[in-house]
Design a protein around this ligand. Sequence first.
Ligand SMILES: Cc1cc2nc3c(=O)[nH]c(=O)nc-3n(C[C@H](O)[C@H](O)[C@H](O)COP(=O)(O)OP(=O)(O)OC[C@H]3O[C@@H](n4cnc5c(N)ncnc54)[C@H](O)[C@@H]3O)c2cc1C
Length: 400
Amino acid sequence: MVDFERDETQELMVATAREFGEQVVQPAEIELDRMADPADVAGSDLFRGVIEKAYELGFNKMALPEEYGGLGLDAITAGMVWEELSRYGTGIAATLIPSSIVPQLVAFLAPHNKELVERYVIPFCEDTKAEQLSAWASSEPDVGSDGKNYYDLTVHHHTSARGGGGSYVIDGTKSDFVSNGGIATVYMVFACVDPSQGIKGSGAFVVPGDSPGLGKGRALDKIGMRALNQAAVYFEGVEISEEYMIFPPGENYPMLHNAIVTVGNLGVGYLAVGLMRAAYEEALGYSRQRVQWGKPIFEHQLIAEKLLDAYISIESARAFLQKGSWLSKTSFPGDLKTSLSAKIYATDCAVRVTSEMVQVLGGYGISKDHPLEKHMRDAKLLQIMDGTNETLAVKAAALL
Ligand SMILES: Cc1cc2nc3c(=O)[nH]c(=O)nc-3n(C[C@H](O)[C@H](O)[C@H](O)COP(=O)(O)OP(=O)(O)OC[C@H]3O[C@@H](n4cnc5c(N)ncnc54)[C@H](O)[C@@H]3O)c2cc1C
């Protein structure tokens, strides 16, 4: 049953990602990280160029079904690509993961909705210029981890969707942390239709980015993954057709949210594995060159142990995530406990490993002349992305 051999498609996708990563993503990621004003990142030709090239290569549409023009790749293959892209640029890889959230959810939840399929799924699969890019807007200034609190009925999204006459009117503010929040052309918005049901009173709405009344916040200035645009999204009387609500409020809401989290957390985990590999490979090479106390520092056992710990973390995190991807491939969307646990493990490892790889370089590790300090900064965000590891742990533990 267990087989670690890559098939032909996997070989091709990983090789393509590696070449693109080395030649395009890595140099761009480093330059984008150094831009003092994060608002300049998304507006730059450099950022646009990388994302366009990623679309041209099809990395945006890996999980979309072939019947719409997607690549129809399974979760294991897509995971291999996310790891490879993150090896060269975690911020850029993290931009691409949510870029397909609207077409994916429309294809999955509303394949009968001709207007949405023709507007957001098929053109997205044909897009080679990154003209369509999604964001998912769930968290809010006062609803962070509470977005998973289905038990206290006084807790609900403050962003409201009031229905009537065949449409909904959306009002409210989503948090500064929405990935692609300032640059998306379409949003998957979770808004409260019925506050009496708490968080379960929210529905999922497709909201075009150019809707009158929709505002995009300024790019968040943050410690890491600076190539990833994160910004608030504002809604002031944004009117959309009721056909654009693709999941209604009610008892099934946690099921939808859990499905998204089951798939999404694996993606975040693979970002962590790619990031650990980047740090480990850099530190390993350095440790063989750097001579102290008469020998390469790799030959000092305490340094070799750090590198071994990195290697163990990479291999074990990847294996755990691939188990989650296999579950997702064989019975979609997969197993929540496995996905959450693998994400927690991979991202906690990434924070420890990237910090220890800085240590391997000694003083040079903290210098911006080496990429190590950036890897350490990037890793921190992964423990919070797609749910903090604490709240994911509470959820996973309840499933033991
Ligand atoms: C890189 C990144 C990308 C993101 N992308 C998106 C996105 O695309 N769309 C979107 O909507 N949001 C996004 N977010 C927001 C993210 O979902 C929230 O940051 C997250 O849910 C936590 O909410 P908060 O930041 O308000 O922290 P809070 O919920 O205020 O938590 C603060 C602290 O309290 C702890 N805590 C809270 N509740 C509990 C509990 N019950 N038990 C134990 N500890 C608890 C937390 O673990 C944390 O340490 C992103 C965040 C990051 C960092």
